[in-house]
Design a protein. Structure first.
Length: 177
């Protein structure tokens, strides 16, 4: 018996590729509430480590930071904000994944990303893989739409995303850089 997948998840080496995938999903008619994004804030817009005033304004600048990378998509994404993930650092997050991780971080920290993905319907072994990829500084896009999961998966792969089933190809692409 084959289990129908209800969540498409892809990891992106470049945050720009994640942005392009989200734009393609939007263009294909996926509603913002089914799309989740997690991207390292440093990859979105480098923070000036020498300026304490800039660090104090990080929360207020989240929209601008995300807007720098995600342009018109920033307002379209649901719940865009910055999360400080223990042991990893600041991430820009949006969607159901952001809400789930935000709650999990308060209680657990370690494993919060995998736990949030499991809560969305991703098998635990895959969720752990995705958490490791995020810890490695990559971006993640998840689409929770049981009707169009395969379509979402194809769109994200077309924009440079890879998933747990294609991790060998992703490793080869990273080592070629």
């Amino acid at each position: 018996m084959m289990i129908e997948r209800r969540v498409a998840v892809c990891v992106f080496n470049a945050p720009e590729d994640a942005r392009d995938a989200v734009a393609a999903l939007k263009e294909a008619g996926f509603p913002p509430e089914v799309i989740s994004l997690l991207a390292p804030e440093a990859a979105v817009a480098p923070v000036d480590k020498t300026s304490k005033q800039e660090k104090a304004r990080e929360g207020a600048l989240t929209g601008a930071v995300a807007g720098g990378l995600f342009g018109g998509l920033a307002g379209w994404l649901v719940g865009l904000g910055t999360l400080a993930i223990p042991g990893i650092g600041p991430f820009v997050a949006a969607g159901a994944l952001a809400a789930a991780i935000g709650g999990a971080i308060l209680g657990a920290g370690l494993g919060a990303i995998a736990g949030a993905l499991v809560g969305m319907g991703v098998p635990e072994n895959e969720a752990r893989y995705y958490e490791q990829e995020i810890r490695g500084g990559r971006s993640l896009v998840a689409v929770r739409d049981g009707q169009r999961t395969d379509e979402a998966d194809r769109l994200m792969h077309r924009h440079g995303g890879y998933d747990v089933q294609h991790r060998e190809q992703a490793g080869a692409a990273r080592s070629a850089r």
